[in-house]
Design a protein around this ligand. Sequence first.
Ligand SMILES: C[S@@+](CC[C@H](N)C(=O)[O-])C[C@H]1O[C@@H](n2cnc3c(N)ncnc32)[C@H](O)[C@@H]1O
Length: 287
Amino acid sequence: MDRVDIYNSLAEHIHNKDAFFKQLQSLPIDVVGDLMLNIPDEFQAVKSMLPRMAPDEIQRNWNGSSGYDLLLQSCAFMRTLECGVNRFSGRSLDGSKILDFGCGWGRLIRLLYKFTDPANIYGCDPWAKSLEICNESNLTASLALSNYLPTELPFPRVKFDFIYSYSVFTHLSEKAARAAVTACRKHIADDGLLIITVRPRSYWSVHPESQNHLAKDQMLADHDEKGFAFTPHGLGTPASVDGEITYGDTSITLKYIADNWNDWVVVGTEYFLQDQYQMLVFLRPRH
Ligand SMILES: C[S@@+](CC[C@H](N)C(=O)[O-])C[C@H]1O[C@@H](n2cnc3c(N)ncnc32)[C@H](O)[C@@H]1O
């Protein structure tokens, strides 16, 4: 890859936004990712068409790492998502309508430019700060505030081909997780997929003591007996609803999903080594 050739190919389209984003779709996913971090100042016009990255501190707060380390993980997730979508739905992310549920600062939304037009890209998050950062970074997508315990998604009458949710169900309480999958079911196309990430049982042996002191034995027992283990983060977080904390750390089994989320059918799973504590679960709507 010669980066300068790529910047020049994009510079030809800076006066036509549609053509610019079509040109992005012709590039490999890692090249699209690289563009988010790495455009020299002499290509200012190209740079101004793309979202700015969130400051490193925000990346670390939301995702635990930043810069290229995080970008490599983000691109690996996107490739794993694309591969599973092909395998488990026979469809493609290309040209589809996609929602990032719990989009945070818009880390993964910007990689969707590889697959589809900005008009097809949606993101929601219940934390106003997340959307504020997305908007400050000049992200081109439809963004809206959701609820911590949603009954609907904040996009009335929109049906998505694919909804993905990375590192969100790894944090939700049982009630919040159920509300989320129920709301997503109302907004999925008949032949669409919901893709979430979940943590395995082994997560509890690496759960950081600095996050909160917890009875690991209790988490392991909940995981084994109920299939769902959750420890809340502190009270006073924005995710407290009516005194109940909806956000913390969570592990979920596939059996729990099959037994409890009856609107959905598990059609497959995927892994990627860049984050072994985030298993992708592919769900199709039950009809
Ligand atoms: C660890 S961050 C991950 C952000 C983003 N998905 C990513 O991978 O970069 C978790 C996100 O979930 C959001 N969140 C918290 N509670 C939620 C809920 N009930 N429904 C959807 N998102 C939620 C948070 O505001 C935060 O942006």
